[in-house]
Design a protein around this ligand. Structure first.
Ligand SMILES: [Zn+2]
Length: 287
Protein backbone atom coordinates (compact mmCIF):
# COMPACT_ATOMS: atom_id res chain seq x y z
CA UNK A 1 0.00 0.00 0.00
CA UNK A 2 1.29 3.47 -0.85
CA UNK A 3 4.02 4.82 -3.10
CA UNK A 4 6.30 6.69 -0.68
CA UNK A 5 10.00 6.26 -0.08
CA UNK A 6 9.73 5.04 3.53
CA UNK A 7 9.30 1.28 3.66
CA UNK A 8 7.14 0.00 6.51
CA UNK A 9 6.68 -3.57 7.79
CA UNK A 10 3.38 -4.37 9.55
CA UNK A 11 2.82 -7.92 10.74
CA UNK A 12 0.07 -9.69 12.69
CA UNK A 13 -0.83 -13.07 14.09
CA UNK A 14 2.64 -14.57 14.30
CA UNK A 15 0.96 -16.37 17.20
CA UNK A 16 -1.99 -18.28 15.76
CA UNK A 17 -4.22 -17.84 18.81
CA UNK A 18 -3.94 -14.03 18.66
CA UNK A 19 -6.47 -13.10 15.98
CA UNK A 20 -6.67 -9.30 16.32
CA UNK A 21 -3.45 -8.72 14.39
CA UNK A 22 -5.18 -10.04 11.28
CA UNK A 23 -8.40 -8.13 11.94
CA UNK A 24 -6.45 -4.95 12.58
CA UNK A 25 -4.21 -5.12 9.55
CA UNK A 26 -7.02 -6.00 7.14
CA UNK A 27 -8.89 -2.96 8.46
CA UNK A 28 -5.80 -0.78 8.06
CA UNK A 29 -5.34 -2.03 4.49
CA UNK A 30 -8.96 -1.45 3.58
CA UNK A 31 -9.23 1.99 5.15
CA UNK A 32 -5.84 3.50 4.37
CA UNK A 33 -5.63 1.79 1.02
CA UNK A 34 -8.75 3.47 -0.34
CA UNK A 35 -9.63 6.43 1.88
CA UNK A 36 -9.34 9.97 0.52
CA UNK A 37 -8.82 11.41 4.02
CA UNK A 38 -5.81 13.71 4.55
CA UNK A 39 -4.34 11.12 6.94
CA UNK A 40 -4.57 8.26 4.47
CA UNK A 41 -3.21 10.37 1.62
CA UNK A 42 -0.27 11.59 3.70
CA UNK A 43 0.61 8.00 4.67
CA UNK A 44 0.33 6.70 1.10
CA UNK A 45 2.46 9.58 -0.21
CA UNK A 46 5.21 9.10 2.37
CA UNK A 47 5.25 5.31 2.78
CA UNK A 48 5.18 2.02 0.97
CA UNK A 49 3.60 -0.28 3.54
CA UNK A 50 4.22 -4.04 3.42
CA UNK A 51 1.42 -5.77 5.32
CA UNK A 52 1.47 -9.35 6.61
CA UNK A 53 -2.00 -9.82 8.14
CA UNK A 54 -1.45 -13.49 9.01
CA UNK A 55 2.15 -14.53 9.59
CA UNK A 56 1.22 -17.99 10.98
CA UNK A 57 -1.61 -19.58 8.95
CA UNK A 58 -1.13 -23.14 10.29
CA UNK A 59 -1.16 -21.98 13.91
CA UNK A 60 -4.26 -19.95 13.02
CA UNK A 61 -6.05 -23.06 11.68
CA UNK A 62 -5.23 -24.91 14.90
CA UNK A 63 -5.80 -21.80 17.06
CA UNK A 64 -2.49 -22.30 18.86
CA UNK A 65 0.46 -19.99 19.53
CA UNK A 66 3.02 -22.11 17.63
CA UNK A 67 3.21 -23.62 14.21
CA UNK A 68 3.58 -27.39 13.81
CA UNK A 69 6.37 -28.71 11.58
CA UNK A 70 5.11 -30.85 8.71
CA UNK A 71 8.32 -32.91 8.49
CA UNK A 72 7.09 -35.95 10.43
CA UNK A 73 8.29 -34.65 13.80
CA UNK A 74 5.19 -32.50 14.49
CA UNK A 75 7.49 -30.27 16.51
CA UNK A 76 5.87 -27.06 17.73
CA UNK A 77 7.83 -23.91 16.93
CA UNK A 78 7.22 -20.44 18.35
CA UNK A 79 7.73 -18.38 15.20
CA UNK A 80 8.57 -15.37 17.33
CA UNK A 81 11.70 -17.13 18.67
CA UNK A 82 12.80 -18.44 15.29
CA UNK A 83 14.77 -15.49 13.86
CA UNK A 84 18.24 -16.30 15.20
CA UNK A 85 21.44 -17.65 13.66
CA UNK A 86 20.90 -21.12 15.16
CA UNK A 87 17.14 -21.13 14.44
CA UNK A 88 15.04 -20.71 11.26
CA UNK A 89 13.52 -24.13 11.83
CA UNK A 90 10.14 -23.24 10.28
CA UNK A 91 9.57 -22.52 6.60
CA UNK A 92 7.49 -19.48 7.52
CA UNK A 93 10.56 -17.95 9.19
CA UNK A 94 12.74 -18.56 6.14
CA UNK A 95 10.11 -17.14 3.79
CA UNK A 96 9.29 -14.01 5.77
CA UNK A 97 12.95 -13.37 6.61
CA UNK A 98 13.89 -13.63 2.93
CA UNK A 99 11.12 -11.19 2.06
CA UNK A 100 12.34 -8.87 4.81
CA UNK A 101 15.86 -8.86 3.34
CA UNK A 102 14.37 -7.91 -0.03
CA UNK A 103 12.17 -5.12 1.35
CA UNK A 104 14.76 -3.67 3.77
CA UNK A 105 12.14 -1.77 5.78
CA UNK A 106 12.76 1.52 7.58
CA UNK A 107 10.60 0.61 10.56
CA UNK A 108 8.09 -2.00 11.71
CA UNK A 109 5.15 -2.90 13.96
CA UNK A 110 4.05 -6.32 15.26
CA UNK A 111 0.58 -6.94 16.77
CA UNK A 112 -0.05 -9.44 19.60
CA UNK A 113 -2.53 -10.31 22.37
CA UNK A 114 -2.11 -10.71 26.08
CA UNK A 115 -4.38 -12.08 28.78
CA UNK A 116 -6.64 -9.83 30.84
CA UNK A 117 -4.54 -7.51 32.96
CA UNK A 118 -5.52 -4.84 35.46
CA UNK A 119 -3.95 -1.56 36.46
CA UNK A 120 -2.32 -2.27 39.84
CA UNK A 121 -3.41 1.14 41.20
CA UNK A 122 -6.84 1.79 39.69
CA UNK A 123 -7.93 -1.83 39.09
CA UNK A 124 -9.11 -0.77 35.61
CA UNK A 125 -8.52 -3.29 32.81
CA UNK A 126 -5.46 -2.54 30.69
CA UNK A 127 -6.67 -2.48 27.09
CA UNK A 128 -3.24 -2.28 25.47
CA UNK A 129 0.39 -2.73 26.45
CA UNK A 130 3.12 -1.06 24.43
CA UNK A 131 6.20 -3.20 23.94
CA UNK A 132 9.80 -2.93 22.85
CA UNK A 133 11.31 -6.42 22.66
CA UNK A 134 14.81 -5.25 23.53
CA UNK A 135 14.32 -3.23 26.69
CA UNK A 136 15.09 0.49 26.45
CA UNK A 137 18.05 1.34 28.72
CA UNK A 138 18.46 -2.44 29.03
CA UNK A 139 21.29 -4.87 28.32
CA UNK A 140 21.14 -4.72 24.50
CA UNK A 141 19.33 -1.80 22.86
CA UNK A 142 21.52 1.13 24.02
CA UNK A 143 24.50 -0.45 22.23
CA UNK A 144 22.79 -0.61 18.83
CA UNK A 145 23.80 2.33 16.63
CA UNK A 146 24.82 4.38 19.63
CA UNK A 147 21.34 4.15 21.16
CA UNK A 148 19.48 5.40 18.07
CA UNK A 149 16.88 2.59 18.13
CA UNK A 150 16.52 2.92 21.90
CA UNK A 151 15.44 6.51 21.40
CA UNK A 152 13.41 5.92 18.22
CA UNK A 153 11.36 3.04 19.63
CA UNK A 154 10.59 5.08 22.76
CA UNK A 155 9.53 8.00 20.58
CA UNK A 156 7.28 5.69 18.54
CA UNK A 157 5.54 4.20 21.58
CA UNK A 158 5.51 7.53 23.41
CA UNK A 159 3.70 9.07 20.46
CA UNK A 160 1.17 6.19 20.28
CA UNK A 161 0.60 6.59 24.02
CA UNK A 162 -0.03 10.33 23.71
CA UNK A 163 -2.38 9.95 20.75
CA UNK A 164 -4.42 7.03 22.11
CA UNK A 165 -4.74 8.59 25.57
CA UNK A 166 -7.28 10.95 23.98
CA UNK A 167 -9.71 8.05 23.65
CA UNK A 168 -11.64 7.25 26.82
CA UNK A 169 -11.85 3.52 26.30
CA UNK A 170 -8.11 3.04 25.89
CA UNK A 171 -6.05 2.25 29.00
CA UNK A 172 -2.37 1.77 28.25
CA UNK A 173 0.67 0.52 30.10
CA UNK A 174 4.10 -0.85 29.19
CA UNK A 175 4.42 -4.52 28.36
CA UNK A 176 5.97 -6.80 30.98
CA UNK A 177 5.97 -10.47 31.90
CA UNK A 178 5.70 -12.28 35.24
CA UNK A 179 3.52 -11.71 38.29
CA UNK A 180 3.39 -9.56 41.44
CA UNK A 181 6.86 -9.05 42.89
CA UNK A 182 8.39 -10.81 39.88
CA UNK A 183 7.60 -8.52 36.94
CA UNK A 184 10.27 -8.33 34.27
CA UNK A 185 10.82 -6.29 31.14
CA UNK A 186 11.65 -8.44 28.12
CA UNK A 187 14.98 -8.50 26.31
CA UNK A 188 14.43 -11.30 23.81
CA UNK A 189 16.85 -11.55 20.90
CA UNK A 190 15.19 -14.32 18.82
CA UNK A 191 11.93 -12.46 18.21
CA UNK A 192 11.32 -10.82 14.84
CA UNK A 193 11.13 -7.32 16.32
CA UNK A 194 14.53 -7.81 17.97
CA UNK A 195 16.28 -9.54 15.07
CA UNK A 196 15.45 -6.64 12.76
CA UNK A 197 16.97 -4.18 15.24
CA UNK A 198 20.05 -6.37 15.62
CA UNK A 199 20.48 -6.55 11.82
CA UNK A 200 20.46 -10.33 11.77
CA UNK A 201 22.36 -11.79 8.81
CA UNK A 202 21.14 -15.38 8.43
CA UNK A 203 22.30 -17.49 5.49
CA UNK A 204 24.13 -14.39 4.24
CA UNK A 205 20.82 -12.92 3.04
CA UNK A 206 21.51 -9.63 4.84
CA UNK A 207 25.24 -9.08 4.24
CA UNK A 208 24.97 -5.31 4.69
CA UNK A 209 23.50 -5.87 8.18
CA UNK A 210 20.38 -3.83 7.41
CA UNK A 211 18.50 -2.98 10.61
CA UNK A 212 15.61 -0.79 11.70
CA UNK A 213 13.46 0.06 14.74
CA UNK A 214 10.37 -2.07 15.42
CA UNK A 215 7.79 -2.05 18.23
CA UNK A 216 4.82 -4.18 19.20
CA UNK A 217 1.29 -3.79 20.57
CA UNK A 218 -0.25 -6.28 22.99
CA UNK A 219 -4.01 -6.03 23.07
CA UNK A 220 -6.29 -7.49 25.69
CA UNK A 221 -8.45 -10.24 24.34
CA UNK A 222 -9.22 -13.88 23.98
CA UNK A 223 -12.19 -14.35 26.29
CA UNK A 224 -13.71 -10.87 25.95
CA UNK A 225 -17.16 -10.25 24.46
CA UNK A 226 -18.02 -9.09 20.97
CA UNK A 227 -18.34 -5.43 21.91
CA UNK A 228 -14.93 -5.39 23.60
CA UNK A 229 -13.47 -7.27 20.66
CA UNK A 230 -14.53 -4.44 18.35
CA UNK A 231 -12.96 -1.89 20.68
CA UNK A 232 -9.75 -3.89 20.94
CA UNK A 233 -9.43 -3.99 17.16
CA UNK A 234 -10.34 -0.31 16.85
CA UNK A 235 -7.65 0.76 19.31
CA UNK A 236 -5.10 -1.27 17.34
CA UNK A 237 -6.25 0.33 14.09
CA UNK A 238 -6.02 3.80 15.64
CA UNK A 239 -2.64 3.00 17.15
CA UNK A 240 -1.22 1.69 13.88
CA UNK A 241 -2.69 4.61 11.92
CA UNK A 242 -1.38 7.21 14.38
CA UNK A 243 2.05 5.60 14.24
CA UNK A 244 2.07 5.57 10.43
CA UNK A 245 0.92 9.18 10.32
CA UNK A 246 3.31 10.34 13.03
CA UNK A 247 6.25 8.66 11.32
CA UNK A 248 5.19 10.12 7.96
CA UNK A 249 4.81 13.71 9.21
CA UNK A 250 7.80 13.84 11.52
CA UNK A 251 5.63 14.10 14.65
CA UNK A 252 7.20 10.94 16.09
CA UNK A 253 10.69 12.27 15.48
CA UNK A 254 9.71 15.40 17.41
CA UNK A 255 8.42 13.39 20.38
CA UNK A 256 10.43 13.40 23.61
CA UNK A 257 11.78 9.84 24.07
CA UNK A 258 11.48 10.32 27.85
CA UNK A 259 7.68 10.03 27.51
CA UNK A 260 8.28 6.27 27.42
CA UNK A 261 9.38 6.36 31.06
CA UNK A 262 6.16 8.14 32.06
CA UNK A 263 3.87 5.48 30.58
CA UNK A 264 2.33 3.53 33.50
CA UNK A 265 4.25 0.37 34.30
CA UNK A 266 4.72 -2.14 37.08
CA UNK A 267 7.89 -2.16 39.21
CA UNK A 268 10.44 -4.46 37.58
CA UNK A 269 12.88 -6.83 39.25
CA UNK A 270 14.92 -7.55 36.10
CA UNK A 271 14.87 -8.63 32.50
CA UNK A 272 13.34 -11.70 30.93
CA UNK A 273 15.65 -12.98 28.20
CA UNK A 274 15.92 -15.91 25.81
CA UNK A 275 19.63 -16.30 26.40
CA UNK A 276 19.28 -18.15 29.69
CA UNK A 277 19.69 -15.39 32.21
CA UNK A 278 17.77 -12.61 33.87
CA UNK A 279 19.85 -9.65 34.84
CA UNK A 280 19.46 -7.08 37.58
CA UNK A 281 17.52 -3.86 37.41
CA UNK A 282 18.29 -1.27 36.29
CA UNK A 283 21.57 -1.72 34.49
CA UNK A 284 21.76 1.73 32.95
CA UNK A 285 20.23 5.13 33.59
CA UNK A 286 17.48 6.10 31.14
CA UNK A 287 18.57 8.75 28.64
ZN1 LIG B 1 1.98 -13.04 20.64
Amino acid sequence: MGTGATKVWLQGRIHGNEPYGTDTLLDVLKTLGSSGSPTARAIRAACTVHVIPMYNPDGTELYIRHTVLQDGTERRIDLNRDWALNAFVAKESKAWYTYWTQVKPDWGLDIHHQGLKYDTETDEPITMSLGISLAPSGPTLPDIRGGEFDRTTRRMQGYVYEQLSRYGYVNIDRYSVGGPGQYREIDIKGGVASAVMLGLNWNNLNPSGHSHPMVFFETYGGSIGQKSRGKAIQQNVRGATELLHGMATGAVAATDPMIWHRIPHVPYVGYFTDTGATTGWPTRPPV
